[in-house]
Ligand binder design. Sequence first.
Ligand SMILES: [Fe+2]
Length: 452
Amino acid sequence: MAAKTIIIVEDEKIIAEDIKSTLVRFKYKVPHIISNGEVAIREARQHKPDLILMDIMIEGEINGIEAAKRIYHDLGIPIIFLTAYADEKILKQAAESSPFGYLIKPFEDRELHATIEMAFYKSDMEQKLKRNRNFLLKVIDTVPSNIFVKDKNGRYLMVNTSIAKLYNTTPKEMIGKTDRELLLNSKITDIDLEKIAKEDLEVIKGKKKVLIPEESYSLDDGKKIWFQTTKVPLDSPDIPDVLLGVSNDITPLKNSFTRLQELMEETVNGLILAVEKRDPYTAGHQRRVSMLTNAIGVKMNLDQFQLDGLRIASIVHDIGKLYVPSEILSKPGRLTEAEFALIKTHPQAGFEILSSINFPWPVAKIVLQHHERLDGSGYPNGLKKREIILEAQIIAVADVIEAMASHRPYRPALGMDKAIEEVESHKGVLYNKVIVDTFLDLIKNNEFSFTN
Ligand SMILES: [Fe+2]
């Protein structure tokens, strides 16, 4: 290994020369002895030694502490102070320049050697840490996700380039600022700052991970971008109460999902239209049943996904009637047994039509089971209780109520009171008790009526 270079900054010539000869004996190179602060800075800049031994009281405008501060700040060269006075005040001032060691004059050769070697070791460690930190920063900078660390006051402590771009700035400019300050010059026009601040505090104070499945920002060009963000509390002795956030742009995913949803709605609308063209009664019935199943589902606290499935299944639940001759569907008066048998094929027919569409919900199965009854007296398969899917049980109740409350081709409306009487008297036998009670609650509180 090449000999390390040390510059001595010391205005007492004899001491300086003495130190130099000791250093040479320890196999260090000592190209310069300097007695002046300004010259020390200049020489350090030019020759970049491995270490500087700096006397605190030296010649020139600036003292050793000031010179050391500048050298370490600009060049990162480790400094060891030499001083004759172990004065508290001076030592405190010296500490501010992050020195790598002190030597109180007079000192032993062994002491000098050990302090220098310790300083090299510390300096090496510091460099290594710095390189590791830079490497880490480079890694997070190449990740396309937005990565950030924020403190409890919402100030950014660390960010990568990706998030800086979103704010139309650089990572360096973002440090120490809050979202509110950064928004002024960004492309973002619409963002819920209060919601973000609340989430951040929940993570930091509540010490818990928070996943925001989707949130949107509007941009000044009218575009909307969607993100999925995870925030986790980070705790370290140096920086307590901070959070780490990772946010991914899910806009393309969101757009294709929206398009898929639209496609599904269009498909369902096509099916409704097919029923409407042939049998306006059934179309209207399906629409009204769908209103009621939705009201019941909401009151039963079904989640949005289940409600969406229930809505689609309700609005096409009688689609199998497309296979039933229209003379039978619109026949006034009583049906013969054969005619009724034909009508009873509609859940199976509906199942077959809907099975060809790959819905994310069991729409075909719901439709197949909407005439089943809890006691097994329904059709087509005589299923009982839990064999019948919940959504089908909801449609069963709504179907009966709508059918009785509305006018039919073969009879005038029986009215809501009769409908209520029917489901209430068969509650727990034919119809699910919870569903019937939910419906009765809706009626009692005036929370539902068929609007057309
Ligand atoms: Fe039906």
